[in-house]
Ligand binder design. Structure first.
Ligand code: CAA
Length: 709
């Protein structure tokens, strides 16, 4: 077995290299080996100082996340945390200057190890962070204690509650990193370490309090942070726990603070919140792996791209390519539409520039990668085309027939359809093996999710290339099957159906929205629809009715169609489910909508009643999980985790609840099944349990457990 940590003496510096691919995580054996190497450096008469560095592409990216799920008791957690705390103290007690040399990322336990070193140096591209909160836990190896001592309470609170990976320049300004090194990291870090051996010597972070000289101000910052979290944490517990641990260290001192951190960590690591977020971490990465498309499937090199349609979606997709440095042709039919599309793109970049996110030079260079055109000239050179024309089957067929003619034979033909049957227009291109759906979410230049829709004939090479392109564009691609609405929009139909029916039964628009935001959604279903446009759903329903279909099983509420007929499309028309004052996006409840709901209830013979918040959540989340189970069984999603990733990234389902499928697992599938049966009796035949859900509930399994079994 290769050594996890190597020790080497070079020019009077002990070089300690962590070598645990792919990200040098602190798997069992690694912290022990680091401690042993540091002890060796301390006793090595030829070593004047020591440097801790990571092999490969990164410093230590944190604890090994796979092991969190193996901690099943509070005692086990306490024991494990105490052991790592003790190790870090011993490392910090090294009698010779110990320098952490950071490249790639120093995250979580990685940053905590670095803070136990006496100094930290880094390359300019490095990033550091305490992302534990994104796993439902808090830093568990002294991060909540050492970070405020280096950089102050406010900075530590920000790092530990948001979990962002911050650029090293900011970390240096805050005092977390001592020097940014532009040259060879190891050589410069060794020089820095020898310099310290001759000047300042060792410097223990735990003995410093540069960051918290004013204890009262630090405690006030904690109080303020808790207040802010009411809005931003969206029901998650870990961010509050991190603030509690930081405050304990400020008030009680380092040793007692560490003990509090250890106890608080134990509470977090055993929580459902943490289990949910850890599952999601792995689900996000699993989503990139398509079961029947091996890793070594050949993929096309994408050097030049094209987008057809410069509307909101087409423009956003073109921006994605330009942002990734890939030149892109952007085609429209009329000069007016092209100008409008380009103006929106320019405005988006100008906004980023105004906010200081990009430089003028970057703006100019990126915009120059987008070539507007009214013809197919140059399409014979492109490697991938994304069609983003109006959502109309006839138009898609014509467009794909044209694309089949004007592009080179191996060009990938992608469609940004959000609902339509890929196979129906893939054939029109004459080469359906190269056709694939790439369903971006709006705004396409911002939202990370892309549903990659596999057509009947999509080749493995086409699928692998589409997944690779998504990654290159900085997106999270999830492969789904070709059913109406794919996964995201198929499920949202059930989510909205339940919201409409609850409205008719007696809940108000704001009660339903409030229940869901309290549950952790960023916006409720009605506010969301006012943003997306009531007309969008109404047109889809019209189209479906014209072909004798409907979006979701069960009664269709007439209320959204009435709003559509009244021209109330949502924010863009100043009214929808809510009304809006001119120039404002603040939703104001509108009694007219209550009247419409009453009218619909009367027409359908529904006796209105008070509906509790719990019922709203139970009905809506049950509808989602049940339809998710159908999707899984029908094979339109490969794994429950894929559905969860889609719902978390596509619609903001609270991460700390893991996604609709994980959430159903935590509620308990027998309970979910019992609810469905009750709804069936009370509300109608459309409430039928998905066979997969029924089977799992009867056999005592879960969605995620069924995957393992
Ligand atoms: N533990 C175990 N596996 C990890 C890991 C970790 N901390 N970080 C990454 N991996 C694995 C991934 O699962 C993935 O495995 P597969 O290839 O088998 O799918 C592989 O490493 C590569 O990861 P990515 O695909 O994410 O690679 P990337 O280059 O896009 O990103 C990264 C690298 C920025 C380090 C990213 O992986 C990441 O953010 N990792 C998590 C970091 C983190 O949260 N650290 C804190 C852990 S908690 C902690 O440390 C608690 C404490 O206080 C002691």
């Amino acid at each position: 077995m290769p050594e996890l940590v190597r020790y080497e003496l070079r020019d009077h510096v002990a070089v300690i290299t962590v070598d645990n691919p792919p990200v040098n995580a602190l798997s069992p054996g690694v912290p022990e080996a680091i401690e042993a190497a540091v002890a060796r450096a301390g006793g090595d008469p030829d070593a004047h100082a020591a440097v801790l560095i990571g092999a490969g592409s990164t410093f230590i990216a944190g604890a090994d996340i796979r092991f969190f799920e193996t901690i099943t008791t509070r005692e086990a957690s306490l024991e494990r945390s105490r052991a790592i705390h003790t190790r870090l103290r011993r490392i910090e007690d090294c009698p010779k200057p110990l320098v952490a040399a950071i490249h790639g990322t120093a995250l979580g336990g990685g940053l905590e190890v670095a803070m136990a070193c006496h100094y930290r140096v880094a390359v300019p591209s490095a990033r550091v962070g305490q992302p534990e909160v994104l796993l439902g836990i808090i830093p568990g190896a002294g991060g909540t204690q050492r970070l405020p001592r280096l950089a102050g309470a406010e900075f530590a609170i920000e790092m530990c509650t948001l979990g962002q990976h911050i650029p090293v320049t900011r970390a240096a300004e805050a005092g977390v990193v001592d020097r940014i090194l532009e040259g060879d990291l190891l050589a410069d870090a060794m020089r820095f370490a020898l310099e310290k051996a001759q000047s300042d010597g060792v410097r223990k972070t735990r003995d410093r309090n540069t960051g918290i000289t004013d204890g009262a101000a630090a405690v006030a910052a904690c109080a303020q942070a808790r207040h802010g979290l009411k809005k931003t944490a969206r029901g998650a517990h870990a961010p509050y726990a991190a603030v509690d641990a930081i405050q304990a260290g400020i008030e009680l001192g380092f040793d007692a603070g560490c003990e509090r951190e250890i106890e608080i960590f134990a509470g977090c690591v055993l929580s459902t919140e943490s289990r949910a977020m850890v599952r999601l971490f792995f689900a996000e990465r699993e989503a990139a792996k398509v079961p029947d498309v091996p890793k070594d499937t050949p993929t096309r090199e994408i050097r030049l791209a094209a987008v057809v349609g410069a509307g909101t979606m087409g423009g956003g997709i073109a921006m994605n390519y330009a942002n990734a440095g890939i030149p892109v042709l952007l085609k429209e039919v009329t000069q007016e539409a092209l100008d409008r599309g380009l103006a929106t793109i320019r405005r988006n970049y100008e906004t980023s520039f105004a906010k200081g996110k990009i430089t003028r030079d970057h703006l100019d260079r990126t915009l120059a990668l987008i070539t507007p055109t009214l013809t197919y000239d140059g399409f014979d050179q492109v490697d991938i085309v994304t069609e983003a024309v109006f959502e109309n089957m006839d138009l898609k067929k014509v467009t794909f027939a044209e694309l089949g003619r004007v592009t080179k034979p191996d060009c990938i033909l992608a469609s940004n359809t959000s609902t339509l049957d890929i196979d129906a227009f893939a054939r029109a291109s004459g080469r359906p093996a190269q056709v694939i759906g790439t369903h971006y979410f709006s705004p396409a230049n911002v939202m990370k999710l892309v549903e990659i829709v596999r057509g009947r004939d999509s080749s493995k090479e086409t699928i692998a290339t589409a997944m690779k392109v998504a990654k290159r564009l900085g997106k999270l691609g999830v492969l789904v099957g070709n059913c109406f609405g794919f996964v995201a929009n198929r499920m949202i139909a059930y989510y909205m159906r339940e919201a409409y029916l609850l409205l008719e039964e007696g809940a108000s628009v704001s009660e339903i929205d409030h229940a869901l935001t309290k549950f952790g959604m960023p916006v409720g279903p009605f506010a969301m629809q006012d943003i997306a446009g009531i007309d969008v759903g109404a047109r889809i329903r019209q189209h479906l009715r014209s072909i004798g279909k409907h979006r979701a099983e069960g009664p269709e509420s007439p209320v959204p169609d009435w709003l559509f007929e009244m021209g109330r499309y949502g924010q863009k028309t100043g009214s929808g489910w809510y009304r809006y004052e001119p120039g404002s996006r603040t939703p104001i409840p509108d009694p007219l909508v209550d009247e419409l709901a009453r009218k619909a209830a009367t027409e359908r013979g529904i006796e209105r009643r008070a509906v509790s918040e719990d019922e709203i959540i139970a009905r809506i989340t049950t509808a989602l999980a049940n339809e998710g189970a159908n999707i899984l069984q029908e094979g339109f999603a490969a794994r429950p985790g894929d559905i969860d990733v889609i719902y978390v990234y596509g619609f903001g389902f609270p991460r700390h609840r893991g996604g609709p499928m994980f959430y159903a697992d935590t509620v308990g599938l027998p309970t979910v099944l019992e609810r469905i049966r009750r709804y069936h009796d009370q509300l109608g035949d459309h409430w039928l349990p998905a066979p997969l859900l029924e089977h799992l509930a009867h056999t005592g399994r879960t969605f995620y457990g069924s995957q393992a079994g």
